[in-house]
Design a binder for this molecule. Structure first.
Ligand code: C2E
Ligand code: MG
Ligand code: MG
Length: 608
């Protein structure tokens, strides 16, 4: 009996312990489920929520009352990552209920009853009772991936955007073009897209940036970006690809008229003054246009060719637009060839100087000569300086070439002054690109090394230089003038500078451009211009040389208006140094000095 009692008591104690253990384990499970960051929902085949943890309630913006109610009372719709709606059959819960197989890592956007959309990644597993092959319910565990997606979107946005203007960047633009040029066409139907690339480069931005500061420059670029954005269509892509360079990819443009209208619209917009921090700024734009597939079949080629067309627009006076053409392509190829060959020209001894006599207008006396550069290349033949000097300037080769010219011209002049005539002077052309910090020093060195007196060297500068930036040019000209060399303005009359403007510079001579001389002595405008230039130059204490004198009539007219010096084929073409010396000696023997063509003188140009 006692044993029976003690057995039943033991049984009761044992059952209590079991119940306690069970309660403990349930408590542990609840603890785990309640503290999971993941949301857990158990849902019946009918869509009723059988259980859900606090995380799920938080994410679905609901309370515990959801248990026992349809999941539809909190979740309205779901969407795929590409934004398309998830159909009933596609719903992961329905698929798992139908197949009995779990679905893991599904990313969905869920629209809640409040209208809010949350992004989740969910795993759906079937709950199968022993012996069951189809589940009656499923367990959904899901994570809120909203913050991660936001960060990803932000990163993607940043990776495709220019941080200053918010426009697309070059990387995005290239990607966009590649998608448009895909072999099957943009929509995969095999039709090629009609795409054009507009390369827009601002005129005058650098000056604003340098003078008004980078803050004003940045504000200006943002305003420009805004105006450009207003010009492009919804399917076009606008990007900033460099400091003041913008590119527009125009899709579906089957006619040039639309491109022309767009380019004109942009030029008009940029021409309207920009107001930045109480200042008004005036800009312009140069635009180059290339078209797919004629002008290039890939993004880099189209961009490069649009850039080249833009460069061409800049050369043609800025503030205009140019299409890339086959002719331009040829010009560019020749330019490229010239640049490559020019790099080896000095070392290969391919450069030489010729000299064109400069004579006194009144008595025909030889005053000196202008040194003119010649280049003979075995592949290209003779290349005119009018063609290769601009290439040398752009390629950064002019400093070295210019120094070579100066050194050789000074040496030659010093030799002539020792052996031929002590009064001869030499004129040397200087490119605006040679006007940098070391110029005065380089000229002094050439004079020292050759022993040429400074007054025997005349430097021919361009009107373009005088008009570029008087703040830096004026001090340099003053320093040059202080060394004792003479300064002459070449091709005067082509650069639109006024004589009164020239007054501030230390100039000794003006060379009237040969286009004006060509109209003499009959053309009324040419007469008026040459007369005015001579009279005003004299009143400012400058001499005048007439360039390109070809006929005795021109020479006589120039003498009659008191033009000081003349130069041109009438007297001699540019010739090699030894031919010049022979010419000079023969001239001295002819007395009195002729005022016209020089009989018996070889005026054919020669090398060296
Ligand atoms: P520029 O300095 O105005 O030189 C005068 C140009 O006119 C020369 O052309 C000369 O051959 C040509 N010319 C002279 N008389 C007559 C004439 O009666 N009729 C015609 N139709 N033409 C005449 P070139 O030698 O072809 O030089 C062209 C330009 O290249 C020069 O114009 C000058 O701006 C530039 N250049 C030449 N040598 C140098 C140089 O060493 N350095 C720099 N920076 N530029 C140079
Ligand atoms: Mg000249
Ligand atoms: Mg000239």
């Amino acid at each position: 009996m006692l044993r029976d009692i003690s057995r039943s008591v033991g049984l009761a104690v044992h059952q209590d312990a079991m119940a306690q253990r069970l309660a403990n384990s349930e408590e542990h499970h609840r603890l785990v489920v309640d503290h999971l960051i993941e949301g857990i929902v158990v849902q019946s085949r009918e869509g009723v929520v059988l259980a859900c943890n606090p995380s799920a309630q938080r994410m679905l913006r609901t309370g515990p009352q959801i248990v026992g109610r349809s999941i539809r009372t909190v979740m309205v719709r779901a969407f795929h990552e590409d934004g398309s709606p998830v159909t009933e059959d596609e719903r992961p819960t329905n698929q798992v209920l139908a197949t009995g197989k779990p679905m893991l890592g599904v990313t969905l956007a869920i629209e809640l009853v409040s209208g809010e959309v949350i992004w989740v990644t969910e795993n759906v597993v079937p709950i199968l009772k022993p012996g069951q092959s189809k589940p009656d319910s499923v367990l959904i565990s899901f994570t809120d991936i909203g913050p991660v997606r936001e960060a990803q979107c932000q990163l993607k946005f940043l990776a495709t955007r220019d941080s200053l203007t918010g426009l697309y960047n070059r990387a995005y633009l290239t990607e966009r073009m590649n998608s448009l040029f895909a072999p099957g066409g943009p929509d995969g139907k095999g039709e090629l897209a009609s795409v054009a690339v507009l390369f827009v480069d601002l005129d005058g931005f650098k000056k604003v940036n340098d003078t008004a500061g980078h803050e004003a420059g940045d504000a200006l670029l943002k305003s420009v970006a805004g105006r450009l954005a207003g010009c492009v269509g919804p399917d076009d892509s606008l990007a900033r690809v460099g400091g003041d360079e913008f590119v527009i990819v125009v899709s579906a443009c089957d006619c040039n008229e639309r491109l022309i209208a767009l380019a004109r619209h942009i030029l008009d917009e940029i021409a309207v003054p920009f107001a930045v921090a109480d200042n008004e700024y005036y800009l312009g734009a140069s635009i180059g246009i290339s078209r797919f597939p004629d002008d290039g079949q890939d993004a880099p080629t189209l961009m490069r060719n649009a850039d080249s067309a833009m460069y061409h627009a800049k050369q043609r006076g800025r503030n205009n637009f140019q299409f890339f053409t086959a002719e331009l392509n040829q010009q560019l190829q020749r330019r490229f060839l010239i640049e490559q060959s020019l790099r080896r020209a000095l070392a290969g001894n391919e450069l030489s100087l010729v000299y064109q006599p400069i004579v006194d207008s009144q008595d025909g006396r030889t005053i000196g000569a202008e040194a003119l550069l010649r280049w003979y290349n075995s592949e290209l033949g003779n290349v005119s300086p009018a063609e290769f000097i601009p290439v040398a300037e752009d390629a950064g080769l002019i400093a070295e070439i210019g120094e070579w010219v100066l050194a050789h011209a000074c040496e030659q002049a010093a030799r002539w002054r020792r052996t031929l005539a002590p009064e001869l002077i030499v004129a040397v052309n200087l490119s605006p690109r040679q006007f940098n910090d070391g110029l005065v020093e380089r000229i002094r060195r050439c004079l020292d090394q050759s022993g040429l007196e400074p007054a025997a060297l005349e430097l021919e500068i361009t009107e373009r230089l005088l008009m570029s930036d008087s703040d830096t040019v004026l001090p340099m000209l003053l320093a040059l003038s202080a060394t004792g060399v003479r300064i002459s303005v070449d091709d005067f009359g082509t650069g639109y500078s006024s004589l009164s403007y020239l007054k501030r510079f230390p100039l000794h001579n003006l060379k009237i451009d040969r286009s004006f001389v060509a109209g003499l002595p009959d053309h009324r405008d040419s007469i008026a211009i040459t007369q005015a230039v001579v009279a005003m130059a004299h009143s400012l204490g400058m001499n005048v040389t007439a360039e390109g004198v070809e006929t005795p009539e021109q020479a006589a007219f120039l003498r009659s208006i008191d033009c000081d010096k003349q130069q041109g084929y009438l007297y001699s073409r540019p010739v090699g140094a030894s031919a010049y010396a022979r010419w000079r000696m023969r001239m001295r023997q002819q007395s009195p000095e002729p005022r016209g063509a020089l009989s018996g003188v070889t005026t054919r140009p020669e090398r060296g």
